[in-house]
Ligand binder design. Structure first.
Ligand code: ATP
Length: 269
């Protein structure tokens, strides 16, 4: 086992708000992995720590085998990241912004043009390629942000709530894109509240609750952990496990998790 992302006992607080409490997470290479969990559970905090936007208080994070606490810069080359609310330079055109994104990632001009044309066409932004970003709709901005995150063809793509604001055709295209990347051996990590989508596209998910990974694995694993029926959906399993976790005092949740399914379990992070 050589996970692309490994988080061990990660803690993070913001001015007294304990966002992560000993979170553990293992994402394998070549999978679409989903972080699911209620509002405020710690999903965005987890993603921001992985991409180096936030410093953890305690714990170890390895990305592609690199301890990001020890080597905080170089590892980012393999990552493409799309935050929850994208903030793009309004004064650039779509084309200028994508050229700029490619250049700062040291992609050769020819490759930038090739990928830019591909994504502009894929996301149906042809008519907007010379439009200023300020004039784009929210969904179009999201698509441009995704194209920008992919311009260096990253090995690890991380997206926080990628489907929000994107129309159904765009969502379909995005799911296909994720599948294609996984077919090429690359990894996609997303956070989402869309449990039906997560069930369909993710090979495994982690349920984040009160800053901890309370259960993770594929749907079969989660059904087993939650003692749910054979036909249970991810939504049903999620509701059951978070309901059970809600009844636990916060400080006991980790121990409970260990007793449910060992820690870490083989083949399941
Ligand atoms: P959502 O599903 O609503 O996006 P989330 O699972 O992504 O939630 P986080 O955004 O990681 O959750 O937040 C985890 C906790 O940390 C919450 O209690 C949140 O209020 C708190 N938090 C997040 N960012 C900050 C900040 N900049 N300052 C203070 N508290 C913060």
């Amino acid at each position: 086992m050589n996970p692309i992302i490994e988080m061990v006992d990660v803690w993070k607080s913001y001015d007294g708000v304990q966002a992560l409490r000993g979170l553990n997470l293992y994402v394998q290479r070549g999978e679409i992995f989903g972080l699911i969990g209620p509002n405020g559970a710690g999903k965005t905090t987890t993603l921001k720590i992985i991409v180096g936007l936030l410093k953890m208080d305690r714990g170890v994070v390895r990305v592609n085998g690199v301890d990001i606490g020890e080597e905080p810069y170089e590892y980012k080359r393999i990552i493409g990241y799309v935050p929850e609310s994208v903030s793009l330079p309004d004064y650039l055109t779509v084309e200028e912004f994508l050229m700029y994104s490619g250049k700062i990632k040291e992609v050769p001009n020819e490759k930038i043009r090739e990928r830019m044309n591909y994504f502009i066409s894929l996301f149906e932004l042809r008519e907007k390629r010379r439009a200023l970003i300020v004039s784009l709709s929210r969904g179009m901005r999201q698509k441009v942000a995704i194209a920008s995150a992919l311009i260096h063809d990253p090995y690890l793509l991380i997206l926080d709530e990628p489907f929000i604001g994107i129309d159904p055709v765009g969502q379909h295209i995005l799911k296909e894109l994720f599948n294609e990347r996984v077919d090429e051996g690359k990894t996609v990590l997303i956070s989402t509240h869309m449990l039906d989508t997560a069930e369909r596209i993710c090979s495994r998910v982690a349920i984040i609750y009160r800053g901890q990974n309370i259960a993770s694995g594929n749907l079969e694993d989660l059904k087993q952990i939650s003692r749910s029926g054979e036909n249970a959906t991810l939504e049903e399993v999620f509701l059951k496990l978070t309901e059970e976790a809600r009844e636990q005092p916060v400080e006991e949740t980790v121990e409970k998790k260990r007793s449910i399914f060992g820690f870490p379990r083989r083949g399941v992070s």
